[in-house]
Structures are given as C-alpha cells and as structure tokens.
Design a protein around this ligand. Structure first.
Ligand code: GTR
Length: 427
C-alpha cells in the first residue's frame, strides 16, 4: 500500500466529519421538497382576514397558540402557587473576579416528593444595577458549561455516558466539557449575566423520563384540574420550567427581568421557541439549529420529518402530533406561526450550513414567513427574499444567519446573539 494511500485512509474519517452525515431515506435536495401551501397566520379560524395588531392580540394569537397546544406540544399547566427559591451558594469573586456566581434551587411543592431545578448564574461585577441576562438550558449539567470548580456537580440522570459521565451520572471529569458552547467570560464582558439550568432536572430525556420528571410530580394543574402526562409533553415540561426560572429571575435584584434573552440549541432550541411563544416575559428568543419541531417548516419534510422525530423521540411532542406522521399538510399550523407567536418581540433564527438534518433553508423560510405578523406592528423581519450567503447575518426584528460548519453552538453564533441583544435591548 503506498504511503499516500495510507495517509488518505487515515484522514478519511476526519474529512467525513466535516459534514453532518446524510441519513438514508430523507430529503436533502430542494428539488425533492414536495409542493406545499403554508397556513396563513393572518387568516383567522373563521376565514376572516386579520389586519391589525389589536386583532392579533384580541383573538388570533390565542387561536394559533391553541392549535400548537392541541396538535403539537400539549398544554401548559399554569403557574403553581407554591414555588420556593433558595440561594445555595454565592461567590462574589468568581472567574478571577469578573463575576458573581450564584447557585439557586427552584423548589417545586405540592407533589409526592422533593423536586428541584438548579440554576447557575454569573453576574458581571463591572456593572451597576440590574443587568440583562442570557438564559438557556444546558445538555449535560451546569458543571459542563465551565471548568469553574465552584459549580455544583449535577446529581441528575445524564443521557449519554461520554464526556465524563458514567452510569448516567456526572463525574468530576465532566466539568467544562460543553464550555465551547458557553463563552461565559465574553458574555460577561459584554455586560450580560448568564443563567443556565440542566434540562434533565425537569424531565430526563428518554421515553420513560416523565416518571422521574415534573410530569409525574404534578397530578393537577394550577387551577386544580387533573393533569396527565399525555396532556403535556417533554418539550412543554422543559419550556414551562423555563417560565418558572423567569419567576425566580423576577425576584433577583441583580437581573433586569425585562431583558431576558432566551436561547437554546437543537432540541433545546425547539424548547426555547415554544417557551418564547407561550411566555411574553422573554424579551428575545433565540433558536440555534432547532430544526424539525422548532423553527423549520414541517411541510417541507427536508431532513428530519415529523414521522421520524415522533418515532425517535416519542416523548417530545404530544400524542396528537403523531397523527401528522407523513401527513404534514394536515397540520392546522406550521412552524412559521410558532415564530409569529413571539411577535412583536425580537426573535433570532440561526442555522448551520452542514446541519442539513435541521433544514437550514426551511428555518430561513419560516423566519421569513413569520415577518407578515411582525409587519402588523410596522416591524421588519428578515428583510431579504432568499436565504443569505453563509456567515452573513440579516434581519431586523427577526434575525437570521446560516453559519459555516455543522450542528453546534459556536463563538460566531454568540457574537451575533450579543450584537442582536445590544441592538434590541438598547445596550
Ligand atoms: C437529533 C434530533 C434533532 C435534534 C438533535 C439534538 O437526534 O433528530 O431533532 O433535536 O437530536 O437535540 O441534538
């Protein structure tokens, strides 16, 4: 075997990793996208045209919200009366003096066992008064976002046994393993606080996870009506708990609770968009590579499809969503209307060019179509007709970019989110 050939064989896996691999049996070419018609967010259920922001607010917004609750994500159980917040640790001199680190437990009451979600917060020291905050779930525990040894090691169930997790629990070796996705110092230096929690505290991410999660903790909703696990879904549970984190942030004098930018990647991007749509206290909502069931249009069936996601992750969406497997055209809504529910608040949709599974162009087209609703307030959406070139952010109240590279959260993405937040939060 020639040396050159051996070298090529050695390099091949590396070369292949540069693109997220295509899965067989799915659409990856624009020419194969089926013909479809998007539901019009500005045509009400009774067929009448919605022409003003006041009509939108008076009834159209809730019509669309109801469709998403009934057909996609399930319903949210309301705000529980009994919530307790405990600051479990505080260090005013964290990250070499750059920030204050606080860890806060959000304690849920009224169920059959103790139940808590643990929040990690860094607040910049070099500012006075309440500061705006980037809030987002992490995939692997708070300790994974930074090597800071003061962060409590999560005791919750972990999905994967890699990156320092063993027997589905974190070990010391897991510290900082997701740090590349959380440029904490950069965010702090830009004047923003960072708040994060592990989504697995709310519900472990597997089909039976609800048994150990908030969906088995509560037997009734806030109004006392019976609440079964099929009434919501894992994504709704995660999104609803983000609202509980906001309940806490509203009580924290370090934080400007009118300036919360919510972000999430991938399945947590789906979660963020649903949270941003349902809770108007999020000032900015950011979808990072959220794909199917997030920002991407379901009707395009490009990359991941409704059938595939319902099969791989049956717990993410509610049972009615299964009726739309290979039947997306029958959905009463599509995902541009989810983004539209965020209007008139700023929303940012980010794609990655190699992340074809998440349908980058479908994410763009969705962001663009949501613009019709923003126009009711005279706000401009993405401001362009077709997907912009790679690494070229566009948009005003609806931001969009497609980054070079694959499914991930990178410094490039953060740079755009920080700029977007500066612009919209008046920094
Ligand atoms: C994939 C799933 C995507 C996305 C991703 C993730 O397996 O097909 O929809 O959510 O997981 O969350 O990492």
């Amino acid at each position: 075997m020639s040396q050159r050939y051996t070298l090529l064989l050695l390099l091949l896996p590396m070369l292949m990793n540069t693109a997220d691999a295509r899965k067989k049996g799915f659409i990856y070419e624009e020419s194969e996208v089926p013909a479809y018609t998007l539901p019009d967010p500005l045509i009400a259920n009774d067929g009448s045209a919605v022409t003003s922001a006041s009509q939108w607010k008076a009834f159209r917004r809730s019509e669309i919200l109801d469709h998403f609750e009934e057909s996609v994500y399930g319903r949210r159980p309301g705000k529980p009366d009994a919530l307790k917040f405990t600051v479990t640790s505080q260090d005013n001199n964290a990250l070499g003096g750059l920030a204050k680190r606080k860890q806060v437990s959000i304690l849920f009451e009224g169920g059959d066992r103790p139940f808590a979600v643990h929040l990690l917060i860094y607040v910049p020291n070099k500012t006075s008064g309440p500061v705006p905050v980037f809030l987002g779930y992490n995939f692997n525990g708070n300790h994974s976002i930074h090597t800071d040894p003061g962060i409590d090691l999560s005791k919750s169930w972990m999905r994967k046994n890699d990156n320092g997790n063993k027997n589905h629990r974190a070990t010391e070796a897991a510290r900082g393993k997701s740090a590349s996705r959380w440029p904490v110092e950069t965010i702090i230096k830009r004047g923003y606080a960072v708040a994060t929690a592990y989504y697995g505290d709310v519900e472990p991410d597997h089909a039976d996870g609800w048994k150990d999660g908030i969906r088995s903790f509560y037997k009734t909703d806030a109004q006392g009506h019976s609440l079964k696990r099929e009434d919501w879904s894992a994504i709704t549970a995660w999104a609803w708990a983000l609202s509980r984190i906001v309940d806490y942030l509203e009580t924290d004098s370090d934080i400007d609770a009118d300036s919360i930018a919510l972000l999430g990647h991938s399945r947590l991007g789906k979660t963020s968009v649903w949270a941003g749509a349902t809770d108007q206290r999020f000032a900015i909502t950011i979808s990072n590579n959220s794909g199917c069931g997030g920002a991407a249009l379901s009707r395009r069936s490009f990359g991941e499809t409704v059938k595939r996601i319902n099969t791989s992750f049956p717990h993410w969406f509610n049972s009615s969503f299964k009726a739309f497997n290979a039947n997306e055209g029958a959905l009463p809504v599509d995902q541009h209307e989810l983004l539209a529910l965020i209007a008139p608040r700023p929303v940012y949709v980010a794609s990655a060019v190699e992340d074809e599974w998440a349908d980058p162009n479908g994410e763009f087209l969705s962001a663009k179509a949501a613009g019709a609703v923003y126009e009711l307030w005279g706000k401009q959406g993405v401001g362009v007709d077709s997907q912009p070139p790679v690494d070229t952010p566009v948009g005003d109240t609806i931001g969009y970019h497609v980054r070079s590279g694959g499914h991930n959260v990178t410094d490039y993405d953060w740079e755009q989110y920080l700029n977007f937040a500066d612009r919209h939060l008046g920094r």
